[in-house]
Ligand binder design. Structure first.
Ligand code: BTN
Length: 249
């Protein structure tokens, strides 16, 4: 097993409202610190992106939040946390589901065989121009078999076998630690190349909503600030978080 710097201190909970909320409170009260991992069997009000909820059957999936206090991460570089979190999940999938196709659907969805298998919700707190702390929330569908959405899946559905959650969490700790170290060493070129090599529908013309306008666009790549470069019928543009919503099919 690789050594790791994140996820060495673990608080595991049976039921919680949201591991992200718990992690933030635990940080504030001194129960958690840089690298702490909060995990749970079940969330009563799991949070997704864009104020959505995150539903997960009890005991079936990984529900994880990492407390991060980067030493010197300036606000413009905060998207680097999204890059490394997505890449850590991709690495986990390459171990648990080596025959399946794993991709990153910009900005934060992880796809397995073209269905969503995991989501990432990063909540940052800034102090002047620096990141004071960040909670990286990761939900990975591991052993759940049925979903409300046709576009969702689990590792078990794509591999026809069950996986041990604790083993998955250990692998993720190691992978996130590896990418976090690269980020701390300023290896953004390597990180970005890896992220773009896994970018879902890269180079393809797809349907997306650009500022609420459904249209065809071509996905080019993502830059170091997390902006996605696309081609529309009006020309090239860079979209930021919240401006572009890529359809699932
Ligand atoms: C998304 O794709 O919408 C993001 C989902 C993030 C879900 C995880 S589960 C663990 C952590 N706690 C939460 O309340 N949300 C994140």
């Amino acid at each position: 097993m690789e050594s790791f710097i994140l996820g060495k201190h673990i608080i595991h909970l049976e039921t919680v409202n949201s591991t992200n909320n718990y992690a933030l409170e635990a940080l504030k009260s001194g129960k958690a610190f840089h690298g702490s991992l909060i995990s749970a069997e079940f969330q009563e009000s799991g949070k997704g992106q864009r104020s959505n909820s995150w539903e997960s059957s009890p005991g079936k999936n990984l529900l994880l939040s990492y407390v991060i206090q980067p030493k010197n991460l300036v606000a413009e570089k905060s998207f680097e946390l999204n890059f490394i979190s997505a890449l850590a999940v991709i690495d986990l999938l390459s171990e648990l589901a080596p025959d399946a196709k794993a991709h990153i659907k910009w900005p934060n969805d992880i796809m397995l065989n073209h269905k969503k298998v995991a989501g990432i919700l990063i909540e940052n707190a800034l102090q002047s121009n620096k990141l004071k702390h960040s909670i990286i929330g990761i939900g990975i569908n591991v052993n759940q078999q049925t979903f409300a959405s046709d576009f969702a899946t689990s590792i078990s559905n794509e591999t026809d076998s069950e996986h041990t959650l604790a083993k998955g969490a250990l692998i993720l700790n190691a992978k996130l630690s590896k990418w976090y170290t690269k980020m701390s060493e300023g290896k953004i070129g390597e990180i970005l190349t890896a992220y773009n090599s896994k970018l879902w529908k890269r180079g393809k013309v797809i349907q997306a909503k650009l500022n609420n306008d459904q249209q065809q666009i071509k996905i080019l790549d993502v830059d170091r600030f997390g902006l996605i470069h696309i081609k529309t019928k009006h020309g090239f543009l860079k979209a930021e978080l919240g401006e572009l919503k890529i359809n699932y099919e």
